[in-house]
Ligand binder design. Structure first.
Ligand code: COA
Length: 333
């Protein structure tokens, strides 16, 4: 049997819009308060796009930053995987725009629609392409523009205050040293589909969205916050433990957990359940809110830049979100 080629993250980067929306800014559009949002989520501000560029515009800039970090030229990239639920258009997905804007060769490029854990899903797919020898330089992006999808009014306040826009990217390359994506773990439980979803526009309906649906707000995300919270605090520890068990690691071996930035209270509950301090669980949600598929690569880049982990350290990426889906990746940096 041939030995599979390990892959490693050769470079990372992110990009967020310049426009900062503070909790106080939100009070001009809805009945809410800085206190309610901070207490429930830890979020103080988020970035909302101020032009009509869509998720691709953020993805392209994040990709450029990751390519520079990895010292990779456009002609070297031979696969593009974009994780997003907020593509610029209904189809064909933002990866086609990324390929064109970055001047890449006519390589494979596709989108993954797996909500908050989508970056870990995309990383897992990219890892398989390198392991099997199919690809040599994979560009993986998580990018979202959530602000144009939200009901920015008192009716939509339970979700509108939580989400932000942004993008993060990673370059995967074969590794001939200790740095590697050691394992990835992906899970789904579709019975909770309607606990966190956006119903339309949808192929299930003809027309895909009606005046009645628009009036009822069925084009906006719906979330059963308590159901999400309950499941997230159960699944995060499970999938982090799964990543450690698969690699015979204990929590003492792990330098940093980089969780999807869903909610500070979720991260705190996970830390408590796993009996670790918050110094081991990275958080930047106060600055960006929940940026869905972009949150992990943004957090990963900021944690690396802040020196939270060094070359040779073990880190674990972990996510939970719509589907419900949850996922983790154990990485030797
Ligand atoms: N500002 C002020 N009040 C708000 C509000 C807002 N933005 N959003 C909702 N409320 C009100 C509700 O109308 C409700 O009022 P009522 O009691 O008079 O009916 C009340 O606040 C609900 O409060 P509570 O039940 O205490 O909310 P909660 O503790 O369940 O917190 C969430 C709500 C959404 C913050 C919480 O459920 C949560 O964090 N869930 C997980 C969400 C998440 O991480 N999603 C991302 C998934 S990847």
């Amino acid at each position: 049997m041939s030995v599979l080629q390990k892959s490693a993250i050769a470079g990372i980067g992110f990009h967020v819009p310049e426009r900062i929306i503070t909790n106080s800014d939100l009070t001009q559009w809805m009945e809410t308060s800085d206190e309610w949002i901070t207490d429930r989520s830890g979020i103080k501000e988020r970035r909302w796009i101020d032009h009509d560029g869509g998720a691709s515009s953020l993805a392209i800039q994040a990709a450029k930053n990751a390519m520079e970090d990895a010292h990779v030229l456009p002609e070297e990239i031979d696969m593009v995987i974009c994780a997003t639920i907020t593509s610029d258009y209904f189809f064909p997905g933002i990866s086609a725009q990324v390929q064109e804007a970055l001047g890449l060769n006519h390589v494979g490029a596709f989108d993954i629609k797996a909500a908050c854990p989508a970056f870990v899903y995309a990383l897992s797919v990219g890892d398989q392409y390198i392991k099997t020898g199919h690809s040599k330089t994979v560009l993986v992006i998580g990018a979202e523009v959530q602000s144009t999808a939200l009901d920015i009014s008192t009716r939509g306040r339970d979700t509108a205050v939580l989400f932000g826009d942004g993008a993060g990217a990673a370059i995967l390359k074969p590794s001939d040293n200790e740095s590697a994506i050691l394992s990835t773990h992906l899970h789904t439980e579709g019975k909770y589909l309607k606990s966190l979803w956006c119903e339309g526009p949808a192929s299930k309906f003809n027309p895909r969205i009606s005046k009645e649906m628009l009036e009822e707000g069925r084009q906006y995300p719906y979330m059963n916050g308590r159901e999400v919270f309950k499941n997230a605090v159960k699944r995060f520890p499970q999938v982090i433990q799964e990543a450690m068990d698969a690699n015979e690691l204990t929590m003492d071996d792990v330098a940093q957990i980089i969780p999807h930035q869903a909610n500070l209270r979720i991260s705190q509950a996970v830390a408590k359940r796993m009996k670790i301090g918050m110094d081991k669980v990275y958080s930047n949600i106060h600055k960006y809110g929940n940026t869905t598929a972009a949150s992990i690569p943004i957090a990963l880049t900021e944690a690396r830049n802040e020196g939270k982990f060094q070359r040779g350290d073990y880190i674990i990426l972990a996510a939970f979100g719509a589907g419900f889906r949850w996922a983790s990746a154990a990485i030797r940096w």
